[in-house]
Write a protein that binds this ligand. Structure first.
Ligand code: BGP
Length: 474
């Protein structure tokens, strides 16, 4: 549909950007913080560990001031479970509470709405030792953590996100450093989807608790949603695309919104003897939960074709956007219509609109973009500049497609691209940068950690000031 006239962004649209605790904060074992799975994992060769990151822990005032200078209306960040509960359960670390109180207050000082992710890839190491999400008790661990967050921060935080990219944890957990599979496990698929089930129940209970404790707050899930295209109009390819759409996307949103398991996924699990076991009360808990909005991360679309019967080999899965193959279900296909980033991720702004349209048709809920962005090599010039026209172009095209989607009738709450500031990429370390703010350090040399405004910083400031009307780069 080519619109004759585009609708404007809503007046209170939440322009901002995102980060996550384990990638941005550093101070990973400071002030009583316990280790998370990210602190004990073996990082990919040639990439930085997660001990210092962007050192947001010590620079948050300066960083939030820079966000305010860009005109941010929102900042989406995650709370490290192990800063609040070093062992995952038990005693609260007051210094952790103090830190996030300070971050929230600093945001509010500038009128920046804090959007809090409760779990972003950082299971407490102590809970991993107790079986992680595979332990049925994990539901209570998470709900207990959620309650502490609501009690301590709920007076000021109005937007909550439950679990970041639960679908990626389930599909490619080991490459992110999460998802523990017990050594003696004989049915890995069943184990994975049992863990996934525990996360779904935990999320549902946290949403209900949020509504009980904080009637004015809004809460939603934050999966990574990529609409899946069929490689051709061959009917078998269309079925493959529906299969992957169900496994990758709709399983998570059907459950979050309607409290039901997606039928295609359920049949596939049944055939593989991998359906999860329900504990008493699970079904009811899932039905009772009603998100107020859908938070979602979007980087690109996926394309698949009909699959043969062979499985993907371990080691072929590189990151959260790869690994698209499941025997008899679907097989990844390189979309010849799309270019890729320097790091091999396809770029598909129009697919962003298509993804939003599809989600709105299925769920009829307002949507909040919780991630989107371009990872690239950036260079700091001698006079302290970072020229990143590639990032501006990527963001410009994606924002333009949100406007199309709004004109299509979709309800959009905000746009929080990845990332507010340079931080550590899960797979590529420091060299793959996403931020509007450059951090002077490299992979292993911590540099000065000074902050510099990239060209995209000034451009985004203008975008926000014009409420998305002025997307020009000049
Ligand atoms: C998402 C994660 C983020 C972030 C981003 C970029 O999947 O939620 O935590 O890492 O992807 O990915 P990467 O750092 O691998 O480029």
């Amino acid at each position: 549909m080519k619109h004759k006239k585009l609708k404007p962004f809503p007046k209170d649209f939440l322009w901002g950007a995102s980060s996550s605790a384990y990638q941005v904060e550093g101070a990973n074992l400071e002030d009583g913080k316990g280790p998370s799975c990210q602190d004990v994992k073996v990082v990919p060769e040639g990439t930085s560990d997660l001990t210092v990151c962007a050192d947001f822990y010590h620079h948050y005032k300066e960083d939030i001031a820079l966000m305010a200078e860009m005109g941010f209306k929102a900042y989406r960040f995650s709370i490290a479970w192990t800063r609040i509960l070093p062992q995952g359960t038990g005693e609260i670390n007051q210094k952790g509470i103090d830190f996030y109180n300070a971050v929230i207050d600093e945001c509010l000082k500038y009128g920046i709405e804090p959007i809090v992710t409760m779990f972003h890839f950082d299971m407490p190491a102590a809970l991993d030792e107790r079986g992680s999400w595979g332990n049925p008790e994990s539901v209570d661990w998470f709900v207990n953590f959620a309650k502490i967050l609501f009690e301590n921060f709920g007076d000021r935080v109005k937007y909550w996100l439950t679990i970041n990219e639960q679908n990626m944890l389930t599909l490619v957990g080991p490459v992110i450093g999460t998802l523990m599979i017990p050594e003696n496990c004989t049915n890995v698929l069943k184990e994975i989807y049992q863990q996934n089930h525990h996360m779904l129940v935990a999320q549902a209970k946290a949403m209900v608790l949020c509504h009980e404790m904080l009637p004015n707050a809004k809460i939603g899930p934050a999966p990574n949603i990529s609409l899946v295209y069929p490689a051709t109009c061959k009917p078998e390819d269309v079925i493959a695309a529906q299969n992957f759409n169900a496994i990758r996307n709709w399983l998570y949103l059907d459950m979050a919104v309607y409290g039901i398991y997606n039928a295609i996924v359920w049949s596939w699990l049944e055939e593989n003897d991998a359906t999860p076991t329900f504990a008493p009360g699970d079904e009811e808990a899932m039905k009772n939960a009603h998100p107020d909005f859908i938070g979602f991360n979007y980087y690109n679309t996926a394309t698949v074709e009909e699959a043969g019967e062979d499985q993907i080999e371990a080691g072929q899965v590189k990151d959260q956007q790869s690994g698209q193959k499941e025997a008899g279900m679907y097989q990844g296909y390189r979309n010849p219509n799309l270019v890729t980033t320097e790091f091999g991720w396809e770029i598909d702004p129009v697919g962003f609109r298509a993804t939003i349209r599809e989600m709105y048709s299925r769920y009829h809920l307002p949507m909040l973009v919780t991630e989107n962005g371009l990872g690239a090599y950036d260079t700091l010039t001698e006079d302290g500049k970072v020229h990143d026209p590639y990032r501006i172009e990527y963001l410009r095209q994606h924002i333009a497609q949100i406007k199309e989607a709004i004109s299509d009738g979709a309800e959009m709450l905000g746009y929080n691209p990845w990332s507010a500031i340079d931080l550590i990429s899960t797979h590529e370390g420091m060299k793959k940068r996403y931020g509007f703010i450059y951090v002077d350090r490299d992979e292993f040399d911590l540099g000065t950690l000074n902050r510099y405004r990239k060209d995209s910083f000034y451009w985004y400031k203008k975008v926000i000031a014009s409420n998305g009307e002025d997307l020009k780069d000049e």
